[in-house]
Design a protein around this ligand. Structure first.
Ligand code: ATP
Length: 579
């Protein structure tokens, strides 16, 4: 049970206390009028039963006034419940979402390889939404539905133990039925969440790939996958509701049957003269008030269990180990790969026994056939993934010991596929240095050869760009990304040269921007066109994850190895044209 509340509150069970107390007070505030009504009935009954005695009007007035005043107490209790529960729920999910998003940022990219992006989106939005709903509505209901009957039982036992027993006799049976359905509910909930994630993934795939789908006229095939995932979701939803609904309804009817049993027993005792009418009425009125929240909570029991599963998913991610490393001072120095072996999937090495040294303030080019591991080398330097065997050091310190944030502060990256955020161009450049002034941003843009085209845009630096930079050309996005990197001014630059052919004007501008970027930096450049790296200080040639050649351009050409082959191939392809 403790584990259950721990999960349902996203690991903060204390946040439930204030709403639980408010729910209890609200429950008690609602029961009191029932007891007062019994008093009114009792006064009336005394007058009619003893025909000689007058009706105690004063008492009737008094109780009516208390009932009226009690409305204010009920209102206050309800407002307090409302405020406490909503505040607890919304602050829990708001801080929870942020903390989780922050935690995810500290995980290695291997985590994202294992989890679908739609799954993570669902976790942050839908699972937290589920927990929020449960904490704001269902948990207070659950707590008052459990405590109120217990308090009522404790009080009513002293009024008439036989009636009290009859009233609560069926509750354990209802609880037993619910307990028996627990594992079934957990299984059905898990299936449902999986189906929901799959549908979200397929939908995301369909929408993100809409351009390819149109280009290759593959709507039918992709749409079939989407349709199938929605069908599976429909099946999982029907199973969850269809199987659990009747079981929960059964438990609810069983529990409510206590009221009927009590009426039977009460009538029998009344007829036998061992129970007075006011006491019978007291049980009837309190009984309906007690069973009301109990029935309501049982109606929502499935949802509570479902959200426990959502909370479990959140907790699982929270328990993922963030990347370690505490050293915050990074000394400039050689970048050394020392017998590094690495694979994205266990047992499938992508880099094998890789050893090399990159001196500071030099340009090193990574060359090799597609899939030889060039990008992987740069990802390991930035510690996007952890190295399994061997080690990578910078300035003599293993990257595993360096605080990942500090490491990234010292590294700039220009990717091939540039991502721009849905924001203004100016703010997209500012990402490199959030403290930068407008002047510094413009200076970086000038050096990256993008100031001119930005100035010509209708709102200049305040022009919004679509998500992913969809409103800019490939060459423009590359230059904005280089401006961003220039602004960051980190000592190590990891650069993935664009493979896509750019028009000569764009290519010359990008080349100039890159020259600005690499001055006085340690540069590791993934080179696709060898003519751009003839002046590199060192060229590392990779093949199937192994270092097969290293040296300067001229020396490598002499060796007649992979490098010379690639060079000859590219020279030959230079003048290709349509026949
Ligand atoms: N996230 C990933 N998960 C699993 N395997 C991956 C992942 N990224 C790359 N790989 C695999 O690792 C190998 C090396 O990929 P990498 O991207 O480092 O090669 P590359 O030399 O940069 O290729 P290219 O020149 O085509 O960009 C390839 O076989 C690739 O399929």
């Amino acid at each position: 049970m403790n584990n259950y509340f721990y999960n349902i509150s996203g690991g903060q069970p204390r946040s439930l206390w204030s709403s639980a107390i408010a729910a209890l007070l609200d429950g008690i505030a609602k029961v009191i009028p029932a007891a007062l009504l019994v008093d009114i009935f009792n006064t009336l009954y005394m007058s009619f039963a003893n025909s000689g005695s007058p009706l105690d009007i004063r008492r009737m007035w008094l109780v009516s006034i208390i009932l009226l005043l009690w409305l204010a107490v009920e209102y206050a209790a309800y407002v307090s419940l409302y405020n406490k529960t909503y505040k607890a729920a919304y602050s829990l999910s708001a801080t929870g979402r942020l903390t989780l998003a922050e935690h995810i940022r500290h995980l290695s990219l291997g985590f994202f390889g294992r989890r679908d992006p739609a799954d993570i989106t669902n976790l942050l939005l839908s699972d937290y939404g589920q927990v929020e709903q449960t904490i704001s509505h269902n948990v207070p209901q659950l707590i008052s539905a459990v405590i109120l009957p217990l308090l009522a039982l404790a009080g009513l036992v002293f009024v008439d133990w036989r009636m009290a027993l009859a009233m609560f006799a069926a509750i354990p049976l209802g609880a037993l039925l619910l307990w028996m359905t627990d594992s079934l509910q957990a299984r059905l909930s898990a299936n449902h969440v999986e189906a929901k994630n799959e549908a979200a993934s397929r939908l995301q795939e369909y929408l993100s790939g809409i351009r390819e789908i149109k280009a290759h006229n593959m709507g039918g095939k992709r749409f079939e996958r989407l349709r199938l995932s929605f069908d599976q979701l429909k099946g999982a939803s029907i199973r969850l509701e269809g199987i659990m609904g009747p079981l929960i309804m059964g438990a609810m009817l069983l529990t409510r049957s206590g009221l009927t049993i009590m009426i039977f027993v009460g009538s029998y005792l009344l007829a036998g003269g061992t129970l007075s009418l006011p006491v019978f009425l007291l049980f009837l009125l309190i009984g309906t008030k007690v069973f009301e929240p109990l029935t309501a909570v049982l109606m929502n029991y499935g949802e509570i269990r479902y959200s426990a599963y959502s909370a479990q998913r959140i907790m699982d991610v929270q328990q993922e180990m963030p990347m370690q490393g505490t050293r915050s001072n990074m000394l400039p120095g050689d970048i050394v790969f020392d017998a590094v072996t690495f694979g994205y999937d266990a047992g499938l090495p992508v880099l094998q026994d890789l050893s090399f040294t990159i001196a500071p303030n030099t340009i090193t080019a990574l060359v090799g056939p597609s899939g030889s591991g060039k990008s992987t080398v740069t990802r390991l330097i930035a510690r996007f993934w952890e190295v399994e065997h061997g080690r990578i050091t910078i300035g003599g310190v293993s990257t595993r010991e360096i605080n990942p944030e500090k490491l990234l502060e010292n590294i700039s990256m220009v990717f091939q596929d540039v991502y721009l955020f849905q924001d203004t161009i100016g703010n997209n450049i500012r990402i490199g240095n959030m403290e930068a002034t407008q002047e510094e941003i413009e200076q970086a843009a000038r050096r990256a050869c993008c100031h001119e085209f930005i100035s010509k845009l209708p709102q200049g630096y305040d022009t919004p760009v679509g998500e992913g930079g969809s409103t800019l050309s490939g060459g423009e996005k590359q230059r904005v990304s280089i401006a961003r990197t220039l602004l960051k001014n980190a000592s190590i630059v990891l650069l993935d040269e664009a493979t896509a052919s750019l028009d000569p004007e764009n290519e010359a501008a990008i080349q100039q921007a890159i020259n600005e970027l690499v001055a006085d930096k340690t540069v590791i450049l993934i080179a696709h066109r060898l003519k751009t790296i003839q002046n590199a200080d060192k060229i590392l040639v990779l093949d199937q994850g192994r270092l097969v050649q290293q040296g300067k351009h001229d020396a490598l050409l002499q060796e007649q190895g992979i490098y010379a082959n690639l060079w000859n191939l590219q020279q030959g392809a230079e003048g290709w044209r349509l026949k």
